[in-house]
Design a protein around this ligand. Structure first.
Ligand code: BTN
Length: 331
């Protein structure tokens, strides 16, 4: 869903986070004062926080670098640009993954489709959890890709995407980020982002994968109240004094994603395994693994060649797990 042109124009003026007087805004937008007031209220109803101070005017609680399609596309290599068939940026959407999963059902041959959003009203995490997705502050990104092979050939894809995310972050000077099996982006035992890959199709192929990433850039504590685990954002990692461009980071992520998906079935997870191990932030850690209703305690030995978790249980046995939720055991 796109905001009306009026609302978008107002947002663009307010995006700098500075005060703008009502008179200035109304004049620049060619609005009456009452129309301006109506649009400000409408933005607030969408969850966008606007401060109004007598004598100063209006400003966004925090400045926003709005997503900009041409800025992102122009930062991609020509080879990646050619892989993109559709590129949509929504002001607001229920979930970028839900949107592309629906598209893959309606038009199964769709591929190379990017769906980004400034805000998700029903962002989804793994295991049916909510993904907190306030306006303009983080990145919410999904890519739909059609593979000629069946779902089995995509095992480990979400782990390879984790490696792609780390490469993009490193390229922007964000260091020390790790991967927590299977799909979490971590920094010092706090969650920075998550990957949700949803695959559908015939067992012998073809199949479609929707690759979703949520990455915290600037998440305010009041918006994060419902998050039940320790979390972090890039702003805190960088100490608040080094700003990175949302558009440039989004471009780097897409560049890395397309490199992985466009040749994944030829090379499989084997190509990413060693790098994944370098970033593994759970190796040697005492954990609890939640598999269905079962809780298995043990020490993480790492991943095997197919990306399955290797866990040494208290009786010394090493077991492989294809799915589950790992939590650090704190002493
Ligand atoms: C997780 O760690 O639980 C996975 C989180 C995935 C969140 C992203 S945000 C973009 C895309 N759209 C969604 O609804 N979910 C994914």
């Amino acid at each position: 869903m796109q905001f009306s042109e009026k609302k978008q124009a107002l947002l663009r003026l307010l995006a700098d986070g500075c005060f703008h007087s009502g008179t200035e805004l109304a004049q620049q937008l060619n609005f009456s004062r009452s129309a301006l007031w109506k649009q400000i209220n409408a933005l607030e109803e969408q969850g966008i926080e606007i401060l109004a101070v007598n004598g100063k005017g209006y400003r966004l609680k925090s400045p926003v670098e709005l997503l900009d399609k041409s800025n992102i596309i122009n930062s991609l290599t020509a080879a990646t640009q050619q892989l993109i068939a559709v590129f949509d940026i929504h002001d607001q959407i229920d979930s970028t993954n839900t949107n592309l999963v629906a598209l893959s059902r309606e038009i199964p041959e769709s591929t190379g489709v990017i769906c980004l959003a400034e805000q998700q009203t029903a962002g989804r995490g793994r295991r049916g959890r909510e993904w907190v997705s306030p306006f303009g502050s983080n990145l919410y990104c999904s890519v739909l890709w059609r593979f000629q092979e069946g779902p089995a050939s995509l095992s480990g894809l979400s782990l390879a995407i984790g490696v792609a995310v780390i490469k993009a972050l490193n390229a922007h000077g964000i260091e020390g980020v790790g991967l927590k099996w299977p799909n979490d982006i971590y920094w010092q035992q706090k969650k920075l982002g998550g990957i949700l890959v949803e695959v559908s199709g015939e067992s012998n192929g073809p199949c479609s994968a929707v690759i979703g990433l949520g990455l915290n850039l600037h998440l305010s504590s009041d918006k994060a109240l419902s998050i039940k685990q320790d979390w972090i954002d890039i702003n805190q990692i960088l100490g608040g004094n080094h700003k990175i461009s949302r558009n440039q980071l989004q471009a780097s992520l897409l560049e890395q994603f397309f490199q992985v998906i466009s040749q994944y079935t030829e090379q499989s997870f084997a190509q990413y395994r060693d790098e994944w191990r370098l970033y593994d932030c759970m190796q040697g850690q005492a954990v609890n693994l939640f598999v269905g209703k079962q809780i298995v305690g043990g020490t993480v030995l790492g991943i095997n060649d197919d990306g399955l978790l290797l866990l040494q249980t208290q009786d010394g046995k090493v077991q492989c797990y294809a799915s589950g939720e790992v939590s650090f055991r704190r002493s």
